[in-house]
Design a protein around this ligand. Structure first.
Ligand code: ZN
Length: 497
């Protein structure tokens, strides 16, 4: 009973509790295994575990780099991660939210419940050898151009380290690693969020490889992802073109409309598209054409305003060309809800652990990549700066991590895993992601997340304060998924080359 009480006290390290605990320990020499190690000590333990498991984490991230599996096809990557977690004592639930390559791995019991996100999908067409110049490993195949193999390894490292510290010090709480597939397409977290997998979290932590190191407080954009189809009638394009109605004409009119609209949207809006279907041959009037379009802005309301205008453009194009139209809403992401209280705690850990040091060979490798991509040869940049100020508009880009940020306070850190300012989603990132420059960033991320998780396990007042900010920012909003209930994730995706 006393032991139970002490355990309970352990994550309330107020002065009073610490005093009671110290007193109890003095009078009870048999309870030495419960000695309150203090957050500094526990963090040190966690960092030692990451250092000890360094080779395992590198091997796993390298294997995922080699698998290079694109969205929803990450079978080997998910299995490797889930198997490793199971071997390390986590309870693993596979195939969650109707996604065969998603999983949730848990360790421990009770509150707080702390989530760590992992991603592992590659990008189509970016196959690249582990070399500082462009050379495909297998022409046309996928590659880790966003460094998600490192993302997986770093998050795994944090979860394993926290688990060991919890076990050794008998700390209460639950650590949960979320295996999140298909970030680059579809958005696995959309389905996981819709199905309530994050609902009981007290806090969630994530990271991403970058060419800078910083706790991210600038947020990300909201986005709507849609496919616009037009259906016309075929005819011979020279013999009887007047009998046909061209779906391609309707796509072209829509594109023209979107490009005129650019003058009348806010500067924060981003609109980009590809024409995925434009007909088969020039001598057949195309009966089917398709446009794949993404609309982004700083928040969901901004996206909604633009999407309504696009819907009118589509209607107009269909009327003008005598075709019919269909819009397939593939999904939408929220903008990131930034939490400064939690981010400040993360920042302190980043400052404590400090920047990465690089060898001359590593800097030379980075500079070669920069030279090959026409980027200024600044090598690796891993300065630890002050936490940034809140931004009115986020930087361009969206992530399904933002979905989680409306369900539980979500913190995000970026660490330097690639040469400064190289083009992202390119061969150059693949070339950095199986190299020691990438591995070092991955281990730094694991350490920052593990240390921050320990803060939340030990300091209940920090959790309370962070939740207060979260609640205030929600302004009564209850998370609503961008995909309808019951809609199943698309289980096969086209291999885009
Ligand atoms: Zn990414």
């Amino acid at each position: 009973m006393l032991e139970e009480k002490l355990k309970h006290k352990m994550h309330r390290p107020t002065y009073l509790n610490t005093l009671i605990l110290s007193f109890s320990l003095i009078i009870s020499s048999g309870l030495h295994h419960l000695s309150f190690a203090g957050s500094k000590e526990l963090k040190k333990e966690a960092l030692t575990v990451i250092q000890k498991k360094r080779q395992l984490l590198i091997e796993i991230s390298n294997s995922i780099w080699e698998f290079a599996e694109i969205a929803l096809l990450e079978h080997k990557s998910a299995e490797l991660l889930a198997d490793t977690l199971e071997k390390e004592g986590f309870r693993v639930k596979r195939g969650v939210a109707g996604l065969p390559t998603a999983f949730v791995a848990s360790f421990g019991l009770g509150k707080p419940i702390i989530g760590i996100l992992a991603e592992y999908d590659a990008l189509p067409g970016l196959s690249q050898e582990n070399l500082p110049y462009k050379k495909a490993l297998i022409e046309g195949e996928a590659g880790h151009g966003c460094g998600h193999n490192l993302f997986a390894g770093g998050s795994l490292g944090a979860a394993l380290a926290v688990k060991e510290v919890m076990e050794k010090n008998k700390l209460e709480g639950t650590i949960r690693l979320y295996g999140c597939p298909a970030e680059e397409d579809v958005g696995g977290k959309l389905y996981m969020a819709r199905d309530g997998l994050f609902d009981d979290l007290d806090v969630c932590l994530a990271w991403h490889p970058d060419y800078r190191t910083k706790v991210d407080v600038k947020g990300s954009q909201a986005i709507d992802d849609m496919e616009i189809e037009f259906f016309g009638k075929t005819s011979h394009a020279a013999f009887d073109p007047w009998k046909g109605t061209s779906a391609l004409d309707a796509v072209e009119m829509t594109v023209f409309g979107i490009n005129l609209l650019r003058e009348h949207v806010k500067p924060s809006v981003r609109m980009h598209y590809v024409i995925t279907q434009g007909g088969k041959v020039p001598n057949i009037v195309p009966e089917h054409a398709e446009l794949w379009l993404w609309i982004r802005d700083s928040n969901r309301q901004g996206v909604k305003v633009v999407v309504e205008k696009i819907e009118n453009i589509v209607k107009g194009a269909a009327i003008a060309t005598g075709t019919t139209s269909k819009i397939n809403y593939k999904g939408s992401y929220h903008e990131m809800l930034v939490n400064f209280t939690g981010s400040t705690a993360m920042q302190k850990n980043l400052e404590m652990i400090g920047p990465i040091e690089y060898s001359e060979e590593e800097i030379a490798y980075a500079k070669k990549i920069q030279q090959e991509t026409g980027t200024e040869e600044k090598g690796m940049v891993c300065e630890v700066k002050e936490l940034e100020k809140p931004a009115k508009d986020p930087e361009g880009g969206s992530t399904d991590v933002a979905e989680v940020s409306w369900i539980a306070p979500t913190l995000h850190v970026s660490t330097t895993c690639a040469p400064f300012e190289i083009p992202w989603h390119s061969w150059a990132v693949v070339a950095a992601s199986k190299h020691s420059i990438g591995h070092k960033g991955m281990l730094l991320a694991a350490k920052i997340m593990a240390a921050t998780t320990i803060d939340f396990i030990l300091d209940e007042s920090l959790l309370t304060e962070m939740k207060k900010e979260f609640k205030e920012k929600l302004k009564g909003y209850r998370y609503k998924s961008g995909i309808p209930p019951g809609q199943k994730p698309p289980l096969r995706v086209k291999k885009i080359r």
